[in-house]
Design a protein around this ligand. Structure first.
Ligand code: HEM
Length: 412
């Protein structure tokens, strides 16, 4: 820990500022090490603590005196945010709520995401994967290379979550594109043009959701829309909370899982021994997925705010302090992981912080793990000749970081 809230050494500020540049976003890992050289938790400036150590991040995530950003904190820091429908939707969801609202919002859908419930989706996910692989083979025959992200990695999570929620199959790609546009709003109020696009997409999706809700009210089904509609009708969920829950289930799950699958494919295409083990070794995929989560996590960073003055991580943290928790840096903490810069699926006791920890621990973690553990072995088994046609391109974002495109020759 650097000493009390004095201004941090310039290189911490420089490294942190560089994370906001296109170059920093392309490869943030050296910048994390520059920050770590100053400590596990360092003051960027008074009121702003950056945490890169594994134990400290884990402690902060589990400390309920730290809150996530919610409507009240937005009111204090960003007047005018309520004019943005995209931000209003997210702040009405569990991801942007604190107890007691958080507990109520999470309880409504929690039981649908437990490991036994998710395990029952195994054969459905296998079928969806195989259908997408058939489609890739057909596309490759007509026009090679094929974009592995657009045609496979991003389609599977959308297909799975859309089926769970109850969206018609024909609309899934539309949802993917709209949800991507809305998710940009989670990067903050800085980019006005992107926020306007996010609001337009949100308004279109809200009308669409409203129609579906009205439809399920008349003709209930075994899906999440029906469940949420019933929760709204018996007054457990307000209208905005219903929309927020639908939005967060759609957006929190699909880009992240798409990046997990994309990173997994990229790493195995670089290392034929790993592709071989994915094809042939029972239980390897589970360990492989855990190591991708550690080494190339789709979510790099989250934040918390101290609602009262507290003693934390060995330092007094005044009320109102904002903590930036860099999960991707925690996953490469040399005090927790031997040779953290080496990709090693055989690593023991591999417990990355990629899904967070504590009260907001990722609701979809069992689902994301299962999708990637099914998708990757099937991809490499079906296309043993799969090869990169050109290098993958990272999207220019920091918080949720992953591949935008990855052209491959399928070799079917
Ligand atoms: C590899 C894929 C995924 C990653 C890396 C990931 C990561 C995360 C992280 C880090 C958080 C905690 C944020 C915080 O504490 O501030 C979170 C929360 C959440 N995730 Fe995921 N996620 C993934 C997939 C999914 C999927 C598939 C779903 C659902 C279908 C999902 C739904 C959620 C929800 C609803 C929350 C909020 C939980 C709460 O606030 O109580 N995620 N996720």
């Amino acid at each position: 820990m650097s000493k009390h809230p004095t201004t941090g050494p310039p290189s911490v500020r420089d490294a942190f500022a560089a994370l906001g540049t296109p170059r920093g976003r392309q490869d943030p890992y050296p910048l994390y090490e520059q920050i770590r050289a100053h400590g596990s938790a360092v003051w960027l400036k008074p009121g702003r603590l950056v945490v890169v150590g594994y134990e400290d991040c884990a402690k902060a995530l589990r400390d309920n005196r730290l809150h996530v950003q919610d409507a009240r904190s937005y009111d204090a820091t960003s007047p005018g945010w309520r004019a943005h429908s995209s931000l209003r939707a997210f702040t009405s969801s569990m991801l942007y709520s604190n107890p007691p609202d958080h507990t109520r919002l999470r309880t409504v859908v929690n039981f649908a995401f437990t490991p036994p419930k998710i395990h029952r989706l195994h054969s459905v996910i296998e079928e969806m994967t195989d259908r997408l692989l058939d489609r890739m083979a057909a596309l490759d025959a007509v026009d090679s290379p094929v974009d592995l992200i657009g045609e496979f990695a991003s389609r599977l999570p959308v297909a799975v979550i859309s089926t769970m929620i109850g969206f018609p199959e024909a609309d899934q790609v539309w949802f993917r594109d709209m949800a991507s546009a809305v998710a940009v709003s989670t990067d903050g109020l800085g980019d006005t043009a992107a926020l306007e696009q996010a609001d337009t997409a949100m308004d279109e999706m809200s009308s669409y959701f409203a129609e579906l809700v009205a439809h399920r009210r008349k003709a209930p089904r075994d899906d999440l829309i029906t469940l949420l509609t019933a929760s709204h009708d018996n007054e457990r969920l307000a209208h905005d909370e219903l929309m927020g829950t639908l939005m967060v289930l759609l957006t929190a799950g699909f880009e992240t899982t798409s990046f997990l699958i994309g990173h997994g494919a990229m790493l195995a295409l670089d290392r034929p021994d790993l592709a071989e083990r994915l094809r042939g070794e029972e239980d390897f995929a589970r360990r492989y997925v855990e190591e991708i989560l550690r080494y190339e996590p789709p979510v790099h960073v989250t934040s918390r705010r101290a609602v009262e003055g507290i003693e934390l991580l060995g330092t007094p943290v005044p009320a109102g302090t904002r903590l930036t928790l860099i999960l991707a840096a925690a996953n490469r903490d040399p005090r927790r992981f031997a040779e953290p810069g080496r990709f090693d699926p055989d690593r023991r006791d591999n417990k990355p912080l990629s899904f967070g920890a504590g009260g907001h621990f990722c609701l979809g973690a069992p689902l994301a793990r299962l999708e990637a553990a099914i998708a990757l072995p099937r991809l490499f088994a079906r296309f043993p000749g799969l090869a990169a046609s050109s290098p993958p391109v990272y999207r220019d974002r920091w918080v949720v970081r992953g591949l935008d495109t990855f052209p491959v020759a399928v070799g079917a």
